[in-house]
Design a protein around this ligand. Structure first.
Ligand code: PMP
Length: 461
């Protein structure tokens, strides 16, 4: 008993020291949080930006650096959850914003900039002949699923366990079902406020397990409109799909007459033509978001003209999908400018920086004796702190074996050392970063790993 108590004390003493250091650095953020809880539930308007004891409030960003309300500076490895591929306040993007904002913010009419951005995406992505813009990735996923239902006349959707596709109800199933998930293909709506009926509409399959997933597609083909998958599952822990899995999904969906949707809201950054180009797999529909708005809110979904004609407003019975801010002038213009800056050589450069970052983080964890696996691809990565299995992380269930309890400690530790990443461990590289920024992040993580390793040892014994 005494031994257990002293181990617990090690863990809680380390946690308390990290939290105390964080509180000492961030009194203005704390005051803002205390003000926020009066008008925003829990002080938050976005689940992804909240963490305990209270989030650092950011005052400004420039390049790959953020400065908080207490003037602490951070290397930004989160980039608004991967959407700011050029970092903060890029001069060319700011000039584009100023130029377009001066023309008025929204005209209630189509603008030329929406054609230009659509053309730029169509040029880059072989599978996209036509697309529709939305204001978020969530709405893009909703539109793609609606397109698939309209094109097939069927209603069910199959998604991967652990995959996050935004907050459209039909996507909020088995995103994080915990250590005792239901058996495939049964899904579990993620939390209260969602209809329990969703479980019947949305089927769930294991990522990277082709035999199981292909069998489910075949068995449910009569009701299945679409399979939606991220080529690299981002929020689930930046877990790459295998080539065999993604091309097998293509074959299985084609054989069953089911549409294949690639959610590239996060992964579009990985190659000029998106992750689908990297993998050589052509989906029927693709969803976009984040980087295609150049920093402003956006989403889009598209595919072949044959599928997208269901949205042709000139046709009687076309699928109706509107949105007050769809095709927003400044977002269209910023998105186009951001894509023009994102040349193939810039993509190659940040992918190489991502490799350097993941290697450095893994080495730091290993040197500190901290069990951890750094996953990812190109400019995307995730720190699975506490991962002790010798097996790779290939799916939700293999990722959840990780001691998630460590993630908040690693996150606060990184904040104390001037690194801003996602509370769950995701990070991304922007074109604003250089090798020396990456090396500074690795050095900060090395210190955090030294601090956290004894906690892990105490928990394990
Ligand atoms: N799809 C994926 C893969 C995402 O990661 C996200 C958001 N992180 C979305 C869709 C939803 O995008 P948004 O937050 O713009 O609604």
């Amino acid at each position: 008993m005494t031994v257990t108590a002293s181990h617990d004390q090690t863990a809680s003493a380390a946690g308390a020291a990290v939290e105390a250091a964080y509180r000492a650095r961030t009194p203005h953020s704390r005051a803002l949080h205390e003000r926020a809880v009066r008008s925003l539930p829990g002080g938050s308007t976005r689940a992804g930006t909240f963490y305990l004891p209270y989030p650092a409030y950011m005052a400004r960003g420039a390049g790959c650096r953020l400065t908080d309300a207490d003037d602490n500076e951070y290397v930004d490895c989160l980039n608004n959850y991967t959407s700011l591929i050029h970092g903060h306040a890029h001069p060319q993007l700011l000039a584009t914003l100023a130029e377009h904002a001066a023309r008025g913010t929204a005209h209630g009419a189509p603008v030329e900039a929406e054609i230009a951005l659509a053309e730029a995406i169509v040029r880059r992505v072989a599978a996209v002949e036509q697309l529709r813009f939305t204001n978020s990735g969530t709405e893009a996923v909703m539109g793609a699923i609606r397109a698939a239902r309209a094109a097939t006349g069927r209603s069910k959707v199959l998604k991967m366990e652990g995959a996050y596709h935004g907050s459209y109800d039909a996507a909020e199933v088995s995103v994080d079902p915990g250590p005792n998930p239901p058996s495939w293909p049964t899904g579990r709506p993620d939390g209260v406020g969602l209809s329990p009926g969703l479980g019947g509409e949305v089927l769930v399959a294991p990522f990277n397990d082709l035999a199981t997933t292909a069998a489910l597609i075949d068995r449910h083909r009569a009701d299945l409109a679409a399979v939606i998958v991220e080529p690299v599952m981002a929020a689930a822990g930046v877990i790459p799909g295998s080539r065999e899995f993604l091309s097998g999904l293509r074959a299985a969906t084609t054989a069953a007459g089911v549409l294949l949707i690639f959610d590239e809201v996060v992964t579009f950054r990985l190659a000029a033509g998106g992750a689908q180009q990297h993998y050589g797999v052509t989906p029927d529909l693709t969803t976009f978001g984040k980087i295609i708005g150049g920093g402003l809110p956006i989403g889009a979904f598209g595919g072949s003209a044959a599928v997208m004609r269901t949205f042709d407003v000139r046709r009687p019975g076309a699928v109706s999908l509107s949105g007050t801010f769809n095709g927003h002038l400044a977002a269209m213009a910023m998105g186009l400018a951001a894509l023009e800056l994102l040349t193939a050589s810039e993509i190659a450069r940040i992918n190489a920086l991502g490799d350097r970052l993941r290697d450095g983080l893994q080495r730091s964890a290993d040197d500190a004796g901290l069990p951890a696996l750094i996953t990812g691809m190109g400019s995307l990565g995730h720190i699975h702190a506490g991962h002790q299995s010798s097996l790779p992380i290939t799916s939700y269930r293999t990722a959840i074996g990780t001691s998630r309890a460590l993630a908040p400690l690693v996150h606060l530790g990184l904040l104390n050392h001037g690194v801003f990443a996602a509370p769950r461990g995701m990070f991304s590289v922007s074109t604003a970063m250089t090798e020396s920024d990456v090396d500074a992040v690795v050095a900060a993580f090395a210190e955090v790993a030294q601090l956290v390793a004894p906690v892990m040892e105490a928990q394990a014994s």
